[in-house]
Ligand binder design. Structure first.
Ligand SMILES: Cc1ncc(COP(=O)(O)O)c(C=O)c1O
Length: 460
C-alpha cells in the first residue's frame, strides 16, 4: 500500500509537513475508535499521540465545555480567575507528589509548559542569588517541543537536524537506555554511568552556569517508553541537590495516570521541583497544560517582582480548557481509570511480549501502564538495529493504517540515527478484546511490512 491509496482532500491548509502526502479526514470518534469521512474505522493505538485517555465522544465532557462556553468563554488573568481554573489547580495540586506542597499554573500545551518551566528555573536562580545560572541540561533521545527554547532542549536527532534554526546553549547527556546502552555497559555493574554524566556535565559547563535538569521520567516518542533502571532518578535528585539546580520532571506524556501512577516520576523515590504536563490532562478535549511547582520554588516568587511573568500568556488557564480538564479528571477518578490503566497496560504488554516470542524483528517490549514501547532490531542477540534506509517503522505504520490501526513510530533508538520503534498508548478505557485486536493487526502489519521490504526470509 502507498500514500496514493488513501483518499485525497483538496486543502488550503498550510501543512509544513510532507506536501506530497494525502491525509485522511477524521469525522468522529467513539471510545477507542476514530472514523474517517468514508466511514472507515481505526483503532487508535496511540490515543491521538498519547493524548486521549477517557475515549472519544464522552457526553459529560462535551456538556462541561458547552456550559462553560455559555457562562464565560474567556477571562483575562490581569483581573480575574475562573471557577474551573481554581478547581483544576486544586485537583492538580492534590494529584502532584505530596512532598511538593505544589501550587499550579497553566499553559496552552507541552511546549509552552516547558517554556514556563525553563523561565521559572532561571528566575528561581536569579531570586536565590545565582543570576549566571541559565543553562538547562537535557538528554539525547528526548523531545520537549517546538519553540526555539524547547527545540534546543530536544535531543531527538531527527528533530534537531530537520530544524536548522538558532539553538540555545543547552547541553545534553546520554539517555538511560539500557537496551542500547551508550557506554556498552550493563546494569547494575555500570554504576549508573548515565546518571553520573549529569555531574560531569555540570562540572564541565561550570556549576554557576546551570539552572536545571529536565527529563521525561519514562521517555516518550523519542525513545518509545525507555524506562530508566532502579536508582536512576534518586541519583539525579542527589546530583541536582548537590549543585543546587532544579529538577524538572517533563510529564507531557506521562502525567495524569498514563503509566499507572498520577505522575511517571512517582515510580522512583525522587521529588521533582517542577512537573510539566499536558496531553493527558484534558484527554484532547481542549488545549491545556499544567505546571506543578514545589513550595521551595513558588515561595521565591511570592509577593516578589517576578510574580506571574512566565505564565502571562493570553490563553493560559483558559476557562473552557480548564472546564474540559476538570470534567476529564473527575471522570477518571469516578471510573478509577488510573488503576485500569495499570491493569490493562500489563495485559497489553504481556500480549505484545507473546507476539515477540514468534516475531523475530521485535527486540524489546518495555514501558509502564498504557505507555508501551516496541523496539525493532535485525539481530536479537546483539540488538543491532536496521539501517535508517530500510524505513522499517514507516512501512509498519503505513500498513497498519491501511488495516485500521493507528500507530506512530520513530527512527533512532539504536544509534540515534538507525533503529526503529513504536510507542503504543491507547485510551485508558481500552478493554481486553480491543487489546487483542490491536496486537492482531500489529502482528499482521509487521508481517506485511517484512514481506514488502523482502525481510521475510532472513527474519522468520
Ligand atoms: C514529551 C513531550 N514534550 C513536549 C511536547 C510538546 O508538546 P506540544 O506539541 O503540546 O507543544 C510533546 C509533544 O509531542 C511531547 O511528547
Amino acid at each position: 500500500m502507498n500514500d496514493t491509496d488513501l483518499p485525497t482532500t483538496p486543502s488550503h491548509l498550510f501543512r509544513v509537513v510532507d506536501w506530497t502526502k494525502s491525509f485522511l479526514t477524521a469525522d468522529y470518534g467513539e471510545g477507542v475508535y476514530l472514523y474517517d469521512t468514508d466511514g472507515k474505522r481505526y483503532l487508535d493505538a496511540i490515543g491521538g499521540t498519547h493524548v486521549i485517555t477517557v475515549g472519544y465522544g464522552v457526553e459529560e465532557i462535551a456538556d462541561a465545555i458547552a456550559e462553560q462556553a455559555r457562562k464565560a468563554c474567556f477571562v483575562h488573568k490581569a483581573h480575574f480567575t475562573s471557577e474551573p481554573q481554581e478547581h483544576l489547580a486544586t485537583v492538580v495540586a492534590e494529584m502532584s507528589p505530596p512532598e511538593m506542597d505544589a501550587r499550579v499554573c497553566f499553559a496552552t500545551g507541552g511546549s509552552t509548559a516547558n517554556e514556563v518551566a525553563i523561565q521559572m528555573a532561571q528566575y528561581y536562580q536569579v531570586e536565590t542569588g545565582h543570576p549566571g545560572r541559565r543553562k538547562i541540561i537535557a538528554r539525547w533521545h528526548s523531545y520537549h517541543g517546538r519553540t526555539i527554547a524547547t527545540l534546543s532542549l530536544s535531543g531527538n536527532l531527527f528533530v534537531r537536524r530537520n530544524m536548522p534554526l538558532s539553538q540555545l546553549d543547552f547541553p545534553h547527556i546520554q539517555a538511560p537506555h539500557c537496551y542500547q546502552c551508550p557506554y556498552q555497559l550493563s546494569y547494575p555493574d555500570c554504576g549508573l554511568a548515565c546518571a553520573n554524566e549529569l555531574a560531569t556535565t555540570i562540572e564541565q559547563e561550570g556549576p554557576d552556569s546551570v539552572a536545571a535538569f529536565i527529563a521525561e521520567p519514562i521517555i516518550g516518542g523519542a525513545g518509545s517508553a525507555i524506562v530508566p533502571p532502579p536508582g536512576y532518578y534518586e541519583k539525579i535528585r542527589e546530583i541536582c541537590d548537590f549543585y543546587q539546580i532544579l529538577f524538572i520532571s517533563e510529564e507531557v506524556i506521562t502525567g495524569f495516570g498514563r503509566t499507572g501512577k498520577n505522575f511517571g516520576i512517582e515510580h522512583w523515590n525522587a521529588v521533582p521541583d517542577i512537573i510539566t504536563s499536558s496531553k493527558t490532562l484534558s484527554s484532547g478535549y481542549a488545549p491545556i497544560a499544567s505546571i506543578s511547582v514545589h513550595k521551595k520554588v513558588w515561595e521565591t516568587f511570592m509577593g516578589g517582582k517576578r510574580s506571574g511573568i512566565p505564565t502571562f500568556m493570553t490563553y493560559s488557564g483558559h476557562p473552557i480548557s480548564c472546564a474540559a480538564a476538570l470534567a476529564v479528571q473527575n471522570y477518571i477518578a469516578k471510573h478509577q481509570l488510573i488503576n485500569r490503566c495499570e491493569m490493562m497496560g500489563k495485559y497489553l504488554k504481556e500480549a505484545i511480549q507473546k507476539l515477540a516470542e514468534r516475531e523475530s524483528l521485535i527486540g524489546d517490549v518495555r514501558g509502564k501502564g498504557l505507555l508501551i514501547g516496541v523496539e525493532f532490531v535485525q539481530n536479537r542477540e546483539t540488538h543491532q538495529p536496521f539501517p535508517r534506509a530500510t524505513k522499517l517503522v514507516g512501512n509498519i505504520v503505513q500498513v497498519a493504517l491501511g488495516q485500521g490501526l493507528i500507530l506512530r513510530g520513530q527512527p533512532g533508538t539504536g544509534t540515534s540515527v538507525d533503529g526503529d520503534h513504536i510507542l503504543i498508548s491507547p485510551p485508558f478505557i481500552i478493554n481486553k478484546a480491543q487489546c487483542d485486536e490491536l496486537v492482531e493487526i500489529l502482528a499482521s502489519s509487521i508481517k506485511q511490512a517484512k514481506s514488502m521490504l523482502n525481510l521475510s526470509a532472513a527474519h522468520e
